[in-house]
Structures are given as structure tokens and as C-alpha cells.
Design a protein around this ligand. Structure first.
Ligand SMILES: Cc1cc2nc3c(=O)[nH]c(=O)nc-3n(C[C@H](O)[C@H](O)[C@H](O)COP(=O)(O)O)c2cc1C
Length: 223
């Protein structure tokens, strides 16, 4: 008999520069996700991975750089993602694009949302640009996201929101929506071949599957 475990939510810190602000909203959102209860939360800091900007060549059998493989194994376990992104010149950081571009099957057929932060726009332009990118995999970018305008006023000196209850409302809306999509897409990844899918779907979902399900699984795993 198979058991159903909570899907893993990868919360990704998208800025890697020294003295960045990114860990502050990411840690807050990860704590909200833990509190929400629908997910196992994995807070992934891209600064912990030395990802080459020089992407893979054309040999599909070439080994991935060790740091890329290490991050890929972690991403493959996730059944949903929240990208925490600043705004650099009206868009998201190059480090985040590099991390996105190293992978494909790890993002595919997952629900994705965003926590952005910036000046008066709150990083809204980063979110809109990322939605276009994630259409490629294909991933499902959901309606709800959080844009923290003038973020330096949102958090106190200890790194927690000044108005915890106020921010909890949009966080819950985002997490409720992700929690609707994540199990459905997990089931669909396992049971329904995606039309014209010409890549391997990387998946290491936490749900235990029976041997029969494993044999009939339509997709192969990269890891
Ligand atoms: C290269 C660069 C470009 C930036 N461009 C914008 C911008 O277009 N709009 C904005 O509101 N803030 C902009 N900022 C300010 C950032 O939102 C702010 O520095 C923020 O702390 C960056 O996130 P991080 O500290 O996690 O890297 C920019 C910052 C950098 C470093």
C-alpha cells in the first residue's frame, strides 16, 4: 500500500551577492510555509552552489559539473517552488537565470510562485519576467504571489515582518493555491504522459509508490 507524504516546497533564494537582503524575506516565507503545514519546506540558497555561468555544451552524455548535479538532486525532490527574487535593473538577477537555465526536467510540470522585493514596484517586473521563463518548461506559475514594496520598511531589525498578521494573508493565499496544484501535478507527472515531452522529467517525489506504479511510470528520472 502506498502512503502519501507532503510535497516538498523548494523556497529558493535568488540573490547571491555579499550583504544581500534575500535571506530575510526567504526565511520569513519559509517559516510561513512551515506554519501553513501543506509542505515539507526546503530553503535553498543559490549562494551555497558555485554554478558555472558557462552552460553545458551539446553532448547530452557529458557529466554535469558537480555543483550543478548537487543542486539538481535537491531541486528534483521538490513538487512546488517559490522563487525569492530582488529586482536588478527592472528584472531578476543573472544568478537566478543561471540556476534556471542549468535545469529543465527539475522545473517541469511543477507549480511555481514568487516572493519579490524592491523599491516602489516591489520587484513586480522580476515576477512578470520569470513567468515568461517558466512557461517554457512547462511549469504552472500561479495567480498569487507576494511583492514587497519598499522592503526596508517591511522587516524589523531582527529580520521579521513589522506586520506579521498583515503579510500572513497573502502568504496563506499563495500557499493555499500552491497546495491545490502540487498534489494534482504530482499525480499527473506519475500517471499522464505530457504531450510531446521530449526531455526526461527529473523527479524524486516523496510519495511512496508501489512496484506496479514504478513499472508503469511514464517518465524516466535523471537522478
Ligand atoms: C544591480 C542592481 C540593480 C538594481 N536595480 C533596481 C531596480 O531596477 N529597481 C529597484 O527598485 N531596485 C533596484 N536595485 C536595488 C535592489 O532592489 C536592492 O539592492 C536589493 O537589496 C537587492 O536584493 P539583494 O540585496 O537580495 O541582492 C538594484 C540593485 C542592484 C544591485
Amino acid at each position: 500500500m502506498s502512503t502519501t507524504k507532503k510535497p516538498t516546497l523548494g523556497v529558493i533564494i535568488g540573490s547571491i551577492r555579499p550583504e544581500r537582503f534575500g535571506p530575510t524575506p526567504a526565511k520569513w516565507f519559509a517559516a510561513e510555509a512551515e506554519r501553513h503545514g501543506a509542505f515539507e519546506v526546503d530553503l535553498v540558497d543559490l549562494a551555497d552552489y558555485q554554478l558555472p555561468m558557462e552552460l553545458a555544451g551539446n553532448d547530452p552524455n557529458a557529466a554535469l559539473p558537480a555543483e550543478v548535479a548537487r543542486l539538481g538532486q535537491r531541486l528534483a525532490k521538490a513538487g512546488a517552488f517559490v522563487l525569492v527574487t530582488p529586482v536588478y535593473n527592472r528584472s531578476y538577477p543573472a544568478a537566478l537565470k543561471t540556476a534556471i537555465d542549468w535545469f529543465y526536467g527539475e522545473w517541469a510540470l511543477r507549480p511555481v510562485s514568487f516572493v519579490s522585493y524592491g523599491g516602489i514596484t516591489g520587484g513586480l517586473t522580476s515576477v512578470e519576467h520569470l513567468r515568461g521563463v517558466f512557461a517554457e518548461f512547462p511549469a504552472v506559475t500561479i495567480k498569487n504571489f507576494i511583492a514587497l514594496a519598499n522592503y526596508w520598511r517591511v522587516f524589523d531589525h531582527d529580520g521579521w515582518p513589522v506586520n506579521t498578521e498583515g503579510l500572513r494573508v497573502p502568504a496563506a493565499a499563495l500557499l493555499d493555491e500552491l497546495a491545490w496544484w502540487a498534489p494534482m501535478l504530482r499525480e499527473a507527472r506519475r500517471s499522464r504522459p505530457y504531450p510531446r515531452l521530449d526531455f526526461a522529467l527529473a523527479t524524486n517525489d516523496s510519495r511512496a509508490v508501489s512496484p506496479t506504479e514504478l513499472v508503469s511510470c511514464a517518465f524516466s528520472s535523471l537522478h
